[in-house]
Write a protein that binds this ligand. Structure first.
Ligand SMILES: O=C(O)c1cc(C(=O)O)c2c(n1)C(=O)C(=O)c1cc(C(=O)O)[nH]c1-2
Length: 358
């Protein structure tokens, strides 16, 4: 299968382009090279992929998502004034969130879990294709090594992403019965974040590309970035569609998945006789400013709801889960068995976040 490329626009030569001409030239690069044109995306959006092929996409793209804030931190480190840094740092907040359980990376993990992966397998990045890694790492190196203008211009693919995102979400919801709106929630926020980011970057490039050479460098940076996105899909196509040659060590269908039909209780759930305790360095504290309890862990703080606070106040390193449930049953005049069923799930969740152990 070959991708359809519209014919290139005539070369502008060596002269300095007006802002409008520069924007048109940048948009033309997207029209010819953006990854919406890649055969893998056409198959993905049209419902032509198997569940395992969709899984391969979700897993590999996790690496891109996870490295985007690393890339943005590299750009941020090079920005010379506070006003620019204030604007750019929002990108890092968008992806990392500003508390546990928030942000784009977390939402992509939910997407990967939604198609069947265990969180730990995705986080390990074990099954990622080497070609995905090479492409994404090349993007991070590019923004660290090239001029600031080129680094910012390379993010301009985001000018084209709202269209592909709308098409993708509509197509996947229509064509795959295993895809839900919740699974694709990652993309909701991108529809407002991407145009905001792209507007800023486009304005920056127009203002700072002041010579024909600089304008050509900005265009080359955008072309490079289109290739970063395109080659990731080439690798997916080659490995999981045709000829379907999965490289050694890359994800094999069946690996890293939650067992079908397994109970909703998370792995590592506690039993009644387990004695939960806070790991070294983790403390339950009352935050006077916010007037609520939090769990303080090294370099992290976890907000807690009232139920978690009630349970954690009883986690003393000697009471078992059943004893804690009995105490809470007396306090709240409730059935200890019902409470125990609830708190084993809560404790497993905290254990997964590494703020509780047994
Ligand atoms: O779904 C997509 O097709 C798509 C494309 C792009 C892009 O064009 O680079 C980004 C994203 N998504 C995205 O979610 C995202 O966070 C993002 C950050 C960047 C960047 O270069 O800084 N591109 C993109």
């Amino acid at each position: 299968m070959t991708a359809q490329f519209p014919p290139p626009v005539p070369d502008a030569g060596d002269r300095l382009l007006s802002h409008d001409e520069l924007e048109a030239a940048l948009r033309d690069i997207g029209a010819r090279r953006y990854h919406n044109l890649h055969p893998f995306h056409r198959l993905l959006h049209d419902g032509k992929l198997s569940k395992d092929q969709v899984r391969a996409w979700a897993l590999n793209r996790y690496y891109y998502q996870a490295m985007i804030p690393v890339k943005d931190a590299a750009v941020l480190a090079r920005l010379p004034d506070a006003q620019l840094r204030r604007i750019w740092r929002q990108r890092i907040v968008d992806h990392d969130g500003d508390h546990e359980g928030d942000g784009g990376i977390e939402r992509w993990l939910k997407l990967a879990e939604g198609v069947g992966f265990t969180r730990d397998y995705v986080l390990s990045t074990k099954g990622i294709l080497s070609a995905t890694r090479f492409s994404v790492d090349a993007y991070v190196h590019f923004v660290s090594e090239r001029s600031l203008l080129e680094a910012i211009a390379s993010s301009l693919t985001e000018m084209f992403s709202p269209t592909i995102i709308s098409e993708r979400v509509a197509g996947m919801l229509k064509n795959y019965d295993f895809i839900t709106k919740e699974t694709l929630a990652y993309f909701d926020k991108r529809l407002t974040q991407a145009p905001r980011d792209a507007d800023f970057a486009l304005d920056y490039v127009k203002q700072h590309a002041r010579t024909p050479e600089q304008q050509r460098a900005a265009m080359a940076a955008l072309t490079f970035k289109c290739n970063v996105l395109w080659t990731q899909l080439d690798a997916l196509y080659f490995s999981y569609v045709a000829p379907g040659m999965i490289p050694p060590d890359a994800w094999q269908p069946g690996e890293g998945l939650v067992a079908e039909g397994s109970p909703a209780v998370k792995p590592g759930a506690f039993s009644g006789s387990d004695v939960p305790r806070l790991p070294r360095g983790v403390r339950l504290r009352f935050d006077e400013v916010r007037n609520k309890h939090v769990l303080l862990a090294p370099e992290r703080t976890f907000d807690l709801d009232d139920n978690a606070v009630a349970v954690l106040k009883l986690v003393d390193g000697s009471s078992s889960v059943s004893q804690i449930a009995r105490t809470l049953g007396q306090t709240y005049d409730a059935d200890p068995a019902v409470i125990e069923a609830d708190i084993v799930v809560m404790l497993a969740d905290l254990a997964q976040k590494r703020v509780l152990e047994r």
